[in-house]
Design a protein around this ligand. Structure first.
Ligand code: ITT
Length: 201
């Protein structure tokens, strides 16, 4: 029988990327199938804490194994911002990019524009009996790059158009989804998670 997994995210871009990587082996369900379940409050202070609380929120309410991703852009010259606040750095994706570019406008040396995408992924498997605790597997993936001062490319989402990968001479938004998944923070986290999760779900 095909295994099922609840992908504990309300970000449709994450759903597309993760589904593409999981392929046909697993049936993926999203929170849209559970309209009565409220969205989790992301009040953790690290990517890992937020990933675990999102996965736990849905696993405990649906009884399904739930996989959550908490991710974001960490910019060294901004002291790690936007970090765990990446989705909340401004109202819209374009306004978030504009804010980052404005905050970095005085930094012209590319070496000082270093950044990384971080993805913490947590799988929570609810207990089958009341006496058993839920189990959790958590992994982290990162990809290093630089913030460029103009937007390039139309693929991907979020901060991808300003995240430059020197080894490709492209931004993340200039990569195909297959290319992005092969090197991205999310792709790396999911590759590790896949090594660990099949026997657990
Ligand atoms: P869920 O919490 O429902 O999963 P979200 O979009 O709010 O959706 P996060 O709290 O993990 O998710 O915030 C992630 C933000 O970080 C995302 O909205 C983007 O702004 C940015 N981000 C994460 N991964 C990215 C990627 O692959 N490319 C570009 N930006 C990314």
């Amino acid at each position: 029988m095909k295994k099922s997994l609840l992908l504990a995210t309300n970000n449709p871009n994450k759903v597309v990327e993760v589904k593409r990587m999981l392929g046909e082996r697993i049936e993926v369900v999203t929170p849209s199938s559970y309209p009565d379940i409220s969205e989790p409050v992301e009040d953790g202070s690290t990517f890992l804490e937020n990933a675990k609380l999102k996965a736990e929120h849905y696993a405990l309410r649906t009884g399904m194994p739930a996989l959550a991703d908490d991710s974001g852009l960490v910019i060294d010259s901004l002291g790690g911002a936007p970090g765990i606040y990446s989705a909340r750095y401004a109202e819209t994706p374009q306004a978030r990019i504009d804010r980052v570019l404005k905050e970095m406008s005085t930094i012209t040396n590319p070496a000082l524009r270093s950044a990384r995408f971080v993805c913490a992924m947590a799988l929570v498997i609810p207990s089958k009996t009341d006496s058993q605790a839920a189990s959790c597997i958590a992994v982290v993936g990162t990809v290093e790059g630089q913030i460029i001062d103009t937007m390039r490319g139309n693929s991907g989402f979020g901060y991808d158009p300003i995240f430059y990968l020197p080894s490709f001479n492209k931004t993340m938004a200039e990569l195909s989804m297959e290319e992005k998944n092969a090197i991205s923070h999310r792709g790396k986290a999911l590759a590790t998670m896949q090594l660990l999760m099949y026997s657990a779900i």
